[in-house]
Design a protein around this ligand. Structure first.
Ligand code: PA5
Length: 434
């Protein structure tokens, strides 16, 4: 079970503060599970964890196997909820530099369609030169501009390189089960498709084929990921503050009511950066509406202690921090002795790098708490495929409960449309002239 430690928050909230919120958390949890809250039709992510192989999982695994065998590179096209989840899992479990040295049999994975940057596009074209590749295109609506433009270019590249029939065999579409432009194109062009269930919104879709297909291509055991989510679904159904989900959702709401409007979500693992991006969208888009919401910021420690550390320690006291921890690695690195000791590090002789990292964590948490920044610690234990599934579900459940406690609909995103309207108007998209 994931452990949530709140021993570093008591400078800003009291036990009565937390207890006074308990009933609201309970009511929010009921709204979520019973479907009585706003946006209830988008709660089908609660049904995604599963403990056994299904026909769909087999199909995902087979598709992944084909891509692994015939591609040096797999390009995953998508944006927002249609890309952050798989990237989070792949980078957390395999590291931000996992692509180096990989190829056919265990392909590189590049993410595309998540910007409109021409430099990014040109770099991708360069990276694909002389490489066999396949494309997974992920879009629930099938019409989102960034992935649609990238996919059109990649589709043409595939067709020029392999001819129409082989190109079609190298395209996998993950989209709405029935409607949308991508679904129609896939049917017409005979691409293999996987469905994003209608009742699952983008930022809650990581345990659907959106996350599972790219994870399987990366060689991650997707049944283990789903088993981990299943563990979470069972264990975090507890209706009290003994449930770490309640503690996380409860404490962040209690802190928000005390003026802590920014949450810094930090980890001491560089591979966690993309996971932070997934968390940021999950909480930001779910809670930030109707003039409410905790602003989600991510930080990579210790690197960002050398950039954000000053502000966290002594800036405006409107933030709190959530630090995510994992057990140390199986393979240790021990700091050796240097007879000259010119760098003065011999006091660390024989200590492991992980020990130093743990001391940095403890020192940082204490310093920030003393500086007026409450620190929630989320201790995940061993970093495994299964644990990542558990963490995804833990955070999704926390988010649903927290947003309902805040009094907003966790499952809509009306504000996202504003920039699109302006952009489409400027681009002259038919029907968007006004
Ligand atoms: O969470 C969301 O709903 C969004 O981030 C979407 O996933 C994102 O806008 C991409 O949408 P689509 O999958 O329709 O291309």
């Amino acid at each position: 079970m994931i452990n949530v430690d709140i021993s570093n928050v008591w400078g800003d909230i009291s036990l009565p503060d937390l207890l006074s919120i308990e009933q609201e958390i309970g009511a929010a949890h009921r709204m979520l599970t019973e479907g009585t809250g706003a946006g209830a039709q988008f709660r089908d992510w609660l049904k995604l964890p599963c403990g056994e192989t299904t026909e769909e999982l087999e199909r995902i695994r087979n598709a992944a196997q084909t891509i692994r065998a015939n591609s040096d590179v797999c390009v995953v096209v998508g944006i927002g909820g249609s890309y952050l989840g798989p990237r989070a899992a792949v980078e957390l479990l395999q590291g931000p530099n996992r692509n180096i040295g990989r190829g056919k049999g265990d392909p590189q994975i590049f993410f595309a369609g998540n910007s409109l940057s021409t430099r990014h596009w040109n770099e991708l074209m360069r990276l694909l030169e002389g490489k066999d590749f396949s494309v997974i295109v992920i879009s629930k609506s099938g019409t989102t501009l960034e992935p649609a433009i990238a996919f059109r270019g990649l589709r043409w590249l595939l067709e020029r390189r392999y001819g129409t029939d082989e190109a079609a065999r190298r395209i996998y579409a993950v989209t709405d089960p029935e409607t949308g432009a991508l679904r129609q194109m896939a049917a017409q062009e005979n691409w293999e498709t996987f469905a994003i269930p209608a009742g699952v919104g983008g930022r809650f879709s990581v345990l659907s084929p959106v996350g599972l297909l790219p994870m399987a291509v990366a060689g991650i055991d997707i049944l283990e990921v789903l088993n981990g989510a299943m563990d979470a679904k069972e264990e975090y159904d507890l209706r009290s503050f003994e449930n770490p989900v309640w503690l996380y959702a409860g404490v962040r709401n209690a802190l928000y009511r005390k003026g802590k409007a920014i949450e810094v979500f930090a980890s001491f693992e560089p591979g966690f950066r993309a996971f932070g991006g997934w968390w940021q969208q999950l909480f930001g888009e779910s809670e930030g509406k109707e003039g409410k919401g905790i602003f989600p910021v991510t930080a990579e420690l210790t690197a960002d202690l050398h950039s954000l550390g000053q502000l966290i320690q002594e800036g405006q006291r409107n933030l709190f921090e959530t630090m995510v921890r994992f057990d140390g690695p199986q393979k240790e690195y021990l700091i050796g002795s240097d007879w000259k000791n010119l760098d003065g590090l011999n006091y660390l002789e024989g200590k492991s790098l992980d020990y130093v990292d743990r001391m940095a964590f403890e020192g940082t948490a204490a310093a920030h708490e003393e500086g007026g920044v409450p620190v929630i610690t989320v201790d995940c234990g061993e970093l495994t495929d299964r644990k990542v599934g558990e963490l995804f579900f833990f955070l999704q459940l926390s988010c649903g409960i927290s947003a309902y406690t805040l009094g907003v609909n966790p499952f809509d995103q009306p504000g996202v449309e504003a920039y699109k309207g302006n952009m489409f108007n400027l681009l002259g998209k038919p029907g968007c002239e006004d």
